[in-house]
Design a protein around this ligand. Structure first.
Ligand code: 3AM
Length: 446
């Protein structure tokens, strides 16, 4: 106390200089944010502030996906093949023999013209098989001897050769970037696309900051090669300096997470989400694609009531020659028991995760959400399949639907096709089931 009073005494002896500040000029009131007393949330926050201000109901701690595992994915081998360069003609016959059995396209096309000319059918479907044969025959690598790691620049070049457009086009055509969120692989912005004259969503991923950078190939090819009414559309892809940019349709409603955490969904709305998601999954599974990260965060809604699947960064492929995957990939609370047990798994894992997402829609969060991720994973692995928190309040049709999804034995679990036939989905509405819920949950972009 004594010290502070003597200090104030010193200051009073000094002459204070007052700065003079003029009144603001050219003032424009373009943002009007208010505070809703009922929900205790700010309304109409500028989008760039939304990622900074924690509001009640916001979940800043959304669990992140785990990406682990040594299996070389198709894309990983693919990038390695790219580094090996064109296949010499005298070796061609052998390669062709190994691929032709898969009904793939001409390998020479790939070898001769380089990766950018390679049809995606070939590159994505048969590459692992092709690579196994190619690499061992060349004597360069065997399956036990994993591919040499590409340098950053080599990897960038490989990615560059599969994206749809050149970086200068992105810089010329995209403007007015506003960050709207952050995922596990990068940030998402809205931007205005001058060529298409529309607002788009741009996912920007730094090549150097990825847990498994080869998974970035998924971001380029999956939405491009598997167009579907319930899958978010991708318009263009670019490599801009050290980033991969994926330009997508902007889903101006919200992520399903915003809805499940803030409101109570009715049966019709839950059925509508399930139907849209199952349609996308039935299609992807028929093409041998597993999403591996189904959860409310991966479902996006538009203000017109469209429901679409997104976030394809953790996909894997299965094919007759590689019918199962092994790596531990997914988000802990949504992971199927077989993934956690490190058993070989297939597309059934998406159906389990869908079942967990149904619990999210009914209860607001997945089972064991109050436990740390590893504890929750242990329970999912060891305990009987989880169910709704208040089973008595869940309509029987919804219970019976989810009883077919949350089956521990993947062989007994319903497929996407089977679930699409379930009577619970008769309540689904084409569009519009969500419109009443969408108000106030999403940033509005002009
Ligand atoms: O953090 P929130 O939930 O607000 O919904 C996605 C998430 O937003 C959003 O970007 C954030 C990080 O993934 N997002 C991703 N793709 C989108 C798209 N195509 C998108 N928002 C609109 N349209």
């Amino acid at each position: 106390m004594a010290a502070s009073s003597s200090a104030s005494f010193c200051f009073t002896k000094r002459r204070r200089l007052k700065a003079s500040i003029s009144a603001p000029t050219g003032f424009v009131h373009s943002i009007h944010t208010t505070f809703d007393q009922e929900t205790e949330r700010y309304v109409d926050l500028p989008p760039q502030w939304e990622s900074l201000i924690v509001q009640p109901g916001d979940d800043r701690q959304r669990p992140r996906p785990i990406v682990e595992g040594e299996e070389p994915s198709d894309a990983e081998v693919w990038t390695f093949l790219e580094a090996l360069g064109p296949i010499p003609d005298d070796e061609f016959v052998e390669y062709r023999a190994s691929v032709v059995n898969l009904g793939s396209v001409d390998v020479r096309e790939y070898g001769g013209r380089g990766l950018s000319a390679a049809p995606s059918e070939f590159t994505m479907r048969s590459l692992s098989y092709y690579a196994d044969n190619t690499l061992t025959r060349r004597g360069a690598r065997s399956r036990e001897d994993p591919p040499a790691r590409l340098s950053h620049e080599e990897f960038r070049m490989a990615l560059q050769s599969v994206v749809s457009r050149r970086a200068d086009a992105a810089l010329r055509e995209l403007c007015s970037f506003v960050k709207i969120g952050e995922g596990s692989t990068g940030i998402v912005c809205t931007a205005f696309d001058r060529r298409m004259r529309r607002t788009v969503a741009v996912k920007r991923m730094d090549l150097r900051k990825q847990q498994r950078r080869e998974l970035l190939f998924n971001e380029v090819v999956i939405m491009r090669d598997y167009p579907h009414v319930n899958i978010v559309k991708v318009f263009d892809t670019y490599v801009v300096q050290d980033e991969l940019w994926v330009v997508m349709e902007y889903m101006d409603g919200s992520a399903l997470t915003d809805i499940v955490t803030r409101t109570r969904m009715n049966e019709e709305q839950i059925a509508s989400v399930c139907k849209a998601c199952l349609r996308a999954l039935a299609y992807l599974h028929s093409q041998g694609v597993i999403h591996r990260d189904i959860k409310s965060d991966s479902i996006l809604l538009s203000s017109k009531g469209q429901i679409k699947l997104s976030d394809f960064g953790f996909c894997a492929r299965v094919a007759p020659e590689i019918p199962k995957r092994r790596s531990l990939v997914g988000t802990p609370y949504w992971m199927a028991p077989e993934v956690i047990s490190r058993l070989p798994y297939g597309p059934e894992v998406d159906i389990w995760s869908l079942g967990i997402m149904v619990i999210e829609m009914a209860d607001g969060e997945p089972p064991y959400f109050n436990e740390p991720p590893l504890q929750a994973m242990r329970k999912l692995r060891d305990l009987p399949a989880p169910t709704f928190r208040d089973l008595a309040s869940i309509p029987p049709r919804l219970q019976s639907f989810n009883d077919r999804a949350l089956v521990r034995d993947p062989m007994q679990r319903a497929t996407a096709f089977e679930l699409l036939q379930h009577p619970f989905l008769n309540q689904a509405k084409a569009n519009g089931a969500f419109l009443p819920l969408l108000k106030n949950v999403r940033h509005s972009v002009c």
